[in-house]
Design a protein around this ligand. Structure first.
Ligand code: G4P
Length: 531
């Protein structure tokens, strides 16, 4: 319990959204409140612009920028907030999924005009796997969006999330007048305001107060009264325990670009968002209050300069105190390692740090010792669970164009897949190497990096697979038979685990029906549990 003070001060979270919903804008406003930046426009957009989809060099450059803004730490009202950034581009969705394993809660931004979009759905699925607490921010209320009730219903239905409005909007678009804070019973009036942090707040004792009519006009005041009666009647007070269990999501309405409604959300966030939580490992539940240090690597970022092969591994501290120059146990390699220049991320700069506590993220220079999911401890052997690989969506065979460089190619493929750029499968009983990615763009990045960093020249040959499923069975004989009969569809992943590559959903369902003793898993998580 030595560090309970430090732990209670910390909140680590990520903002997730479909591209263009307003994640970057909201991030900037939060940093303004935290005093981490002084002017709007100071945050370099970490998103990869739509028009850049064919220009992967530009994307890599932007990914380079994104290292500095990968984690933004700032203080607000005595609370130390670690905001972990996630790439907006869908082709880097795996990166985002993994970042979500390193946070304790998320803020989900929804565009009030577009409602729930594809990326929102997928990100929420990942949050649900871990029961991550979610706060929803409905953005762009200054635009003519969907009807407020319809929108909430859509979010609830599409994301299978029970919502709890904390503020309530008065109109939208040009008519947008502000929000009513259901908890504090105050009216926050909207003014387009991109810089300041002051809001025009009117305290109302009772909804029947004529001040409401004065401020909003009779028509809007009476609509608000009706709305609030309805909303309060349905929802009552927020049950914080249900929020922390990932069952109920508080909702705020606002306009990030106008810095409106953000403060209400941030104030609630520091009040209810979870402090760093205890975590499951392959051996036992790790209590966040344990004195001994532990942490795991959730992201690896390559150095873009080909002359420097070093990488940055991002470590999330889960218990105890991380210290500079202290030896820690690298569980997978079974060796002790120490770091002379670990750094932390303070909004603008990277700073070398002496110590870090649960909830913090530390950047470690890595010369190839780490892969995603690696655990550091003070001696105990375990891995953190809940850091799965998901099935890729596009599969391509790697064709080596220069047989003289086979060794370099193999090394490059292993290192790139350790970084989590892609997943590598090797044909069962053969040599064929298949790369699986979430987006087309990653193939371009891989081809480019193999050539630049490993002098290996490759081409890709499309493979008509639909999903990779990790297969296990309680009966080793059955697994062996299945592997033999279906050998053309079987591969091993990088760690030697068996994978079934299904051509289509139909094939997958057929195999599942025909082979009840074989279990098909959509994530690699199962193997962590078996360590
Ligand atoms: P992202 O990180 O989720 O991809 O979104 P980002 O914050 O970059 O916002 C996407 C666009 O939406 C930006 O406009 C941004 O200014 C705008 N935006 C954000 N919040 C609001 C809001 O509350 N109301 C309105 N009307 N617009 C908002 P852009 O034209 O793409 O870029 P920019 O040139 O303005 O930076």
């Amino acid at each position: 319990m030595k560090y309970s003070n430090e732990i209670s001060k910390r909140r680590s979270f990520a903002i997730i959204s479909h591209p263009d919903a307003g994640k970057t804008t909201l991030t900037e406003k939060l940093l303004l409140f935290g005093g981490a930046i002084q002017t709007a426009g100071a945050v370099k957009s970490n998103k990869i612009k739509k028009h850049a989809t064919s220009d992967f060099m530009e994307i890599e450059r932007q990914r380079g920028i994104s290292v500095a803004t990968s984690v933004m730490s700032f203080e607000y009202k005595g609370i130390l907030i670690n905001l972990l950034d996630t790439p907006g581009h869908k082709d880097f969705a795996e990166d985002t999924y993994r970042t979500l394993t390193a946070v304790d809660s998320v803020i989900l931004v929804i565009d009030s005009v577009n409602g729930v979009e594809a990326q929102t759905r997928r990100l929420m699925e990942v949050c649900r796997m871990r029961d991550t607490p979610v706060i929803v921010f409905v953005n762009k209320m200054d635009r003519d969006g969907k009807n407020r009730f319809d929108l909430l219903e859509e979010i609830e239905k599409e994301l299978k999330l029970q919502l709890h409005p904390m503020t309530w909007p008065i109109n939208s678009g040009k008519e947008f007048k502000g929000v009513y804070n259901l908890d504090e019973k105050s009216l926050v009036l909207f003014t387009a305001n991109t810089k300041g942090v002051d809001e025009d707040v009117v305290k109302i004792n009772d909804l029947s107060d004529t001040l409401l009519d004065n401020k909003l006009g009779e028509r809007d005041a009476s609509i608000l009264r009706e709305d609030v009666e309805l909303v309060d009647g349905v929802h009552g007070d927020l049950n914080v325990a249900d929020y922390l269990a990932g069952k109920v999501a508080p909702v705020f309405f606002g306009s990030a670009v106008n810095n409106f409604g953000v403060k209400e959300m941030l104030d609630t966030f520091i009040h209810i968002a979870p402090t760093p939580r205890s975590r499951e490992t392959t051996v036992r539940t790790l209590d966040v209050n344990e004195d001994k240090f532990s942490g795991f690597i959730f992201k690896i970022h390559a150095n873009l300069d080909p002359k420097h092969r070093d990488r940055i591994a991002f470590l999330r501290v889960c218990s105890g105190k991380f210290e500079r120059n202290k030896y820690f146990h690298h569980v997978r390699l079974d060796k002790d390692v120490r770091f002379s220049n670990p750094y932390t991320f303070l909004a603008r700069d990277k700073d070398v740090i002496e110590e870090a506590y649960p909830g913090d993220v530390v950047g470690l220079f890595d010369t190839g010792n780490f892969k995603i999911g690696d655990t550091l401890t003070e001696g105990e052997d375990f891995y953190f669970t809940g850091i799965p690989s998901f099935s890729p969506e596009i599969f391509k065979e790697v064709v080596n164009k220069d047989p003289m460089k086979t060794k370099q190619l193999e090394k490059g493929l292993l290192q790139l897949t350790d970084e989590g750029v892609a997943q590598l499968f090797t044909q069962f009983g053969g040599n064929k190497k298949i790369i699986g990615c979430v987006g087309e763009l990653q193939f371009e990045v891989i081809q480019y990096r193999l050539l630049q960093e490993y002098s290996a020249s490759v081409e890709f040959r499309a493979q008509a697979y639909y999903k990779a499923c990790w297969i296990t069975s309680k009966d080793p004989k059955k697994l062996e038979d299945f592997t033999r009969f279906k050998s053309s569809n079987i591969a091993t992943d990088k760690d030697g685990h068996l994978v079934y590559l299904a051509q289509s959903e139909w094939f997958l369902n057929t195999e599942r029906t025909n082979n009840p003793d074989i279990e098909f898993h959509f994530t690699s998580e199962i193997h962590k549990e078996m360590v």
